[in-house]
Ligand binder design. Sequence first.
Ligand SMILES: O=C1O[C@H](COP(=O)(O)O)[C@@H](O)[C@H](O)[C@H]1O
Length: 228
Amino acid sequence: MTLLVNEFASQEALVEEFASTITALLREGIKEKGRASLVVSGGRTPIALFNKLSTSQLPWENVDVTLADERWVDASDDASNEKLVRTHLLKDNAANANFVSLTTSDNDANNAVGEISQRVTNISSPFDVLILGMGEDGHTASLFPCAKQIKEGLTTEADCLAVTPGEAPHQRMSLSLKKLLESKRIFLHLTGNSKKRVVEQAQSGDDPYEMPIRAIIQNAQVELMWAP
Ligand SMILES: O=C1O[C@H](COP(=O)(O)O)[C@@H](O)[C@H](O)[C@H]1O
């Protein structure tokens, strides 16, 4: 499919426009169906966007928010994507959004796949907005090229799976490629020149197992939101 490239002069300019686009899409979803859904990623990139989005004027109680992936740590751990979302997004106007957690108290994420899948399935499909990030290795969500579950992640009909990345910390829970693609609008949010080079590398090859972000770009229209 296509990668629509939106480049901004600064991260501030990106956040301003991106937050307003997301707000408009969620408002549209609520108008059409009574509820809207927003799937976000973790990591460092989305923090400023989350802070800005939390000030958006929306009936947030009608918005379901979940994650594209989670690190299998306690929700109080600094590595937790849920902690990031709770700290930077689910506050101010957005405090009443319905957050769907991708964690349980199970020690092993494999034992929680059924329960998490059920939670994700209960969010109306397709998602209104999906915001993906990407690592320097071309992983997106927790679909890591170095994980032995990568084939499962890119081919399963299930909504989510447990992943153990070979070269990154923490076991993960990730939405599957199939579930990620069930989204009306898919954004890839990146900052910095090195991530831009990784996207260019992804575009110049075909193998999704080498760079899983390719599986998204090859199967959907993806809107890149990039700033230096
Ligand atoms: O581990 C993860 O990394 C990616 C990228 O994070 P960033 O810090 O480079 O922005 C993120 O998209 C994913 O959700 C997260 O679990």
